[in-house]
Design a protein around this ligand. Structure first.
Ligand code: 6PG
Length: 236
């Protein structure tokens, strides 16, 4: 059962203010991690919501050379494909943030299973728990690439030790119709902080529903919200 007291909402007046609040939150987490352990490891999301926030973070004075960046999920495409999350990250973080170490989930597309195994090995070598897992949520209630499909049960199984697994959505999302590599739920919550950033009334209603009765909600994001405390940043 979700302890809603732990899952906190940070609601911003505008999307510009949201970017500032998220950037401030990330900066505080990163500075604490670097002070305590000398470096910080962050798993970032794909999609469109993070773009303005990452651009702001790039010039927010973070100790980028002490940061290791990876992704909570990735579309199974080459890094130079327009739909690639790591490609988007590299296109967005071109300022001081370019000094960060980047650990992709997909380097070159070979076979889905072999690429998932290679990504699992790469992420298994990171410092766990991660310092921050930053997620978004889709209009269908997916988060990371936790989509209903053949491997969904394993993806949300809290005993799944994999750091990355392959998952082909039952119905490929129109905005990114590709098989996926994703951190499974157990890894997504193996973090000192889990943050979800969303915008728009539709996603607010979806998250309210998932939080109201997480055990009854079929949304994949409800599995996350009932599994760990999540800081939700939202603006209309
Ligand atoms: C991806 C993301 C995904 C994203 C949601 C929300 O690869 O698509 O990691 O989980 O966070 O789809 O995307 P938007 O921010 O574009 O709404």
């Amino acid at each position: 059962m979700t302890d809603v007291r732990e899952t906190g909402w940070r609601i911003a007046e505008t999307r510009a203010a949201l970017a500032g609040e998220v950037a401030g939150h990330v900066r505080a987490l990163v500075e604490a991690a670097v002070a305590a352990r000398g470096r910080a490891t962050l798993a970032l999301p794909g999609g469109s919501t993070p773009a303005p926030i990452l651009e702001r973070l790039d010039h927010a004075g973070l100790p980028w050379d002490r940061l290791i960046l990876t992704l909570g999920d990735e579309r199974w495409v080459d890094a130079d494909h327009p739909a690639s999350n790591i490609g988007q990250l590299r296109r967005l973080l071109t300022g001081p943030a370019a000094a960060a170490a980047v650990v992709p989930l997909v380097e070159t597309v070979a076979t889905l299973d072999a690429d998932a195994e290679a990504a699992d090995r790469r992420l298994s070598a990171l410092d766990w728990p991660l310092d921050l897992v930053w997620l978004g949520v889709g209009a269908d209630g997916h988060t990371a690439s936790l989509f209903p499909g053949a491997h969904y049960g394993r993806a949300i199984d809290r005993r799944n030790p994999a750091r990355v697994m392959a998952l082909t959505p039952q119905s490929l999302p129109t905005e990114a119709p590709f098989p996926r590599l994703t951190m499974p739920l157990a890894s997504l919550i193996d973090a000192r902080a889990v943050m979800l950033v969303a915008t728009g009334l539709e996603k607010r209603a979806l998250l309210d529903e998932a939080l109201a009765a997480p055990g009854r909600s079929a949304y994949p994001v409800a599995r996350l919200l009932e599994a760990a405390p999540v800081t939700i940043f939202w603006a209309e």
